[in-house]
Design a protein around this ligand. Structure first.
Ligand SMILES: Nc1ncnc2c1ncn2[C@@H]1O[C@H](COP(=O)(O)OP(=O)(O)OP(=O)(O)O)[C@@H](O)[C@H]1O
Ligand SMILES: [Mg+2]
Length: 256
């Protein structure tokens, strides 16, 4: 059974449709990367999955849970959107940490809010947050504030924070594009490590070598549609569609 199933997803801004009829699915433990030129709809797709945008059509299902079905659900309550969002963790390009909280507090924040509602031990939340930060290689940075951390360290805190509520699927939107090249590697390494541990992930990235290395499946988007999808060997090494070939050749020219 797929962990995520997206069918005929559509999204317009004003009268312009920017996501046209997108369908794909992924299995538990898979890493799917989405590549494509600027404006092709990658961020909008992730935002729809995370209920930061309301799709105008289609269906989103995680495991047995239909999160969104435009034919059935006409309006979503704030409470139900909040619950649906818990299936996903999201890591943005700009780390978006809370500046007034330490690394550890940033990771503990969401679990603490949940705990207020559901009960749960503060000690356990702290232990889990510390474990996640250790996993990100930040054992000696837990008490630091975001401004005391490098961009790569901040992004690793953001990844730990996204994992803190145990999402089914972790989504990344260009997680390294705001980083200097020397800090990119350390962030890609922790994402690769999560992939090896079979975390289910969707990664929008312009890092083609990384996409090739880490992906079970690569999706190439252009103009709001999926143009081509398959293994990295199929899509990156031997693209079939003219638009994919064009995108990859522009890309390799730019990057030498
Ligand atoms: N809130 C919005 N209002 C109006 N138009 C929007 C909005 N958000 C995105 N768009 C438009 O939707 C299209 C897809 O944008 P999106 O940000 O999803 O592309 P992208 O593939 O993530 O691009 P990039 O690689 O530059 O991040 C673009 O034409 C964009 O201008
Ligand atoms: Mg984007």
């Amino acid at each position: 059974m797929p962990v995520l199933e997206v069918r005929n997803l559509k999204k317009s801004f004003d009268s312009t449709e920017v996501i046209h009829d997108i369908s794909f699915s992924m299995e538990e433990g898979e890493t799917v990367t989405i590549i494509g030129s600027s404006g092709s709809g990658k961020t909008t797709l992730l935002r729809c999955l995370n209920f930061l945008e309301r799709p105008d059509g289609g269906m989103i299902k995680v495991k047995d849970d239909v999160l969104f079905d435009n034919d059935v659900i006409k309006s979503l309550s704030v409470e139900s959107v909040r619950k649906k969002r818990l299936h996903f963790g999201l890591v943005f390009q700009s780390f978006n940490l809370f500046p007034q909280y330490t690394a550890l507090e940033n990771v503990m924040l969401a679990p603490r809010l949940m705990q207020k509602e559901n009960g749960g031990a503060e000690g356990e939340i702290k232990e889990r947050a510390e474990e996640l930060l250790r996993q990100m290689g930040l054992e000696d940075r837990m008490g630091n504030y975001p401004h005391e951390l490098s961009g790569g360290q901040q992004q690793r805190v953001a990844i730990a924070r996204a994992l803190a509520l145990n999402p089914d699927i972790l989504c990344f939107d260009e997680p390294t594009s705001a980083l200097d090249p020397e800090l990119t590697g350390e962030v890609l390494r922790v994402i690769k490590d999560l992939s090896t541990r079979h975390m289910t992930m969707i990664i929008v990235t312009h890092e083609m070598d990384f996409a090739h290395d880490v992906s079970d499946k690569v999706i190439f988007m252009d103009g709001g549609v999926i143009v081509e999808e398959g293994t990295p060997q199929e899509v990156i090494d031997a693209p079939k569609n003219e638009r994919t070939i064009q995108f990859l050749s522009n890309y390799s020219k730019r990057n030498g």
